[in-house]
Design a protein around this ligand. Structure first.
Ligand SMILES: Cc1cc2nc3c(=O)[nH]c(=O)nc-3n(C[C@H](O)[C@H](O)[C@H](O)COP(=O)(O)OP(=O)(O)OC[C@H]3O[C@@H](n4cnc5c(N)ncnc54)[C@H](O)[C@@H]3O)c2cc1C
Length: 404
């Protein structure tokens, strides 16, 4: 009888953990994680009994097959999200109607654009700045905020697929995303505080070095955020130039998330989401009896923002709700600037013109020995999400299992 195959998984986010769970029956699995705990970009903070704060992922964006089936399998409860969308304009909150004028025409242009077109190129072609400042402003605000992407890098095709998708109901997990991470991580051999720095390999054998340890295995699955591969923070020997080049063809944006807990609610209880032009432009509420407001600053503006971030968030809310003494109402403020988060340094991926080809390269195993997975390597209807990470992590684990 041959000895059990050993595989090391680098990264204990959603992708790494689901892969570990899938592979555990057949392989001796060890997960190496740079941070002190598992979860990566899905990390819930529990500051006090009955209160939880999602520092990263928060929503289940629709009827997502892998996420929802795992939640059901684990017996983890979740609930649909209610609330109206408001637009903050000139010190007033107005219920939002159509967010972009000429929407159908814009989609029509997008549907006909060649695959290599960026959104900036499309706007310049059909919507010159002198005539369409408002439309361009709205598109830019949305793409930077939601997709974390600059217009001159994001692909039109990527946005078209996103904007024409019927999303359906969104959900939140009752006790936060970390309850799903805990379920996936149960029984997994995880070693925290291990930052992988180099991988020396030959077919069927890897030598992995972290800051203070060395590990050997037959195979390695790397599930780190895509920017870690773009920056070549892990050195391969022999080098993998085609994989590094492919990683650079996938967009990577950043975000700052604000969770502000107040002593009392100063917003109308039907408010769900608020869009504004303030320094922290997007805000949302939680359940009707929650005193938490969550703010979102994504994309290039998040990269450039400096100074006291909590101050900026309070300033934005003071203007949106016309409450000048808002700082007095604050119980506790939590700010997560994801560009500064250890071993992550950003938010999530977005599609550039040649990202799909790049994903095909990165999901091709290296000599049956090195594999890559993670949110950024997923192709499907839910890019940039936990669903993307789970789906891709499971898919690559199945690929590994199917090898002789
Ligand atoms: C603020 C924010 C809000 C979000 N909101 C949502 C949302 O509402 N809904 C949604 O579905 N998605 C959301 N997302 C996206 C979602 O969180 C990610 O797509 C998903 O969690 C990615 O999982 P992953 O396993 O691919 O990567 P990660 O969770 O990043 O896991 C990779 C792991 O690799 C580790 N690592 C990195 N380098 C090394 C190294 N050298 N050695 C060892 N380990 C290393 C990292 O520490 C990390 O734990 C959000 C993300 C952010 C940042």
């Amino acid at each position: 009888m041959s000895a059990q195959k050993e595989i090391i998984i680098v990264g204990a986010g959603a992708a790494g953990l689901i892969a570990a769970k899938e592979l555990s029956a057949q392989y001796k699995v060890t997960v190496l994680e740079a941070r002190p705990q598992a979860g990566g970009r899905t990390t819930t903070h529990y500051p006090a009994p009955g209160i939880h704060i999602e520092t990263g992922a928060e929503f289940v964006h629709g009827e997502l097959p892998v996420t929802l089936s795992l939640l059901k399998e684990a017996g983890i409860t979740y609930h649909p999200i209610n609330g109206e969308m408001y637009l903050a304009e000139n010190g007033e909150l107005k219920q939002e109607e159509a967010w972009i004028e000429d929407w159908d025409k814009l989609l029509d242009h997008m549907s006909k654009a060649p695959e290599s077109t960026t959104m900036q190129q499309l706007l310049d072609q059909y919507y010159p700045a002198d005539k369409y400042a408002t439309l361009r402003g709205h598109v830019q605000g949305y793409v930077e905020g939601y997709d974390l992407a600059p217009l001159d890098k994001v692909s039109v095709k990527y946005l078209y697929d996103e904007w024409t998708l019927e999303q359906g109901t969104n959900y939140r997990i009752d006790q936060g995303y970390s309850s799903l991470i805990n379920y996936l991580g149960k029984g997994i051999h995880l070693i925290p505080n291990q930052t992988v720095q180099s991988i020396a390999w030959e077919p069927g054998k890897v030598l992995i070095k972290t800051q203070d340890q060395a590990y050997t295995a037959h195979q390695v699955l790397i599930t780190v955020p895509i920017n870690i591969l773009q920056n070549e923070s892990i050195q391969f020997s022999p080098a993998l130039p085609a994989y590094t080049a492919a990683a650079k063809q996938i967009g990577w944006g950043t975000v700052i998330k604000f969770n502000l807990l107040f002593k009392q609610a100063f917003w109308k209880r039907d408010v769900g989401f608020i869009l504004s032009d303030e320094a922290v432009p997007v805000w949302w509420t939680q359940s009707e009896d929650s005193l938490l407001l969550t703010g979102w600053l994504g994309g290039p503006k998040a990269e450039k923002t400096q100074g006291d971030l909590l101050d900026k968030a309070l300033g934005a809310l003071a203007k949106i709700f016309n409450v000048p003494d808002i700082a007095d109402l604050l119980e506790q403020g939590y700010v997560h600037d994801w560009s500064a988060e250890q071993a992550i340094h950003g938010g999530y991926s977005y599609g550039m013109p040649f990202s799909e080809e790049a994903k095909s390269v990165l999901t091709t195993p290296v000599a049956g020995t090195i594999f890559f997975a993670g949110e950024a390597l997923y192709s499907g209807d839910s890019p940039g999400t936990v669903e993307a990470a789970l789906h891709n992590g499971r898919e690559i684990a199945n690929k590994i299992k199917s090898l002789p």
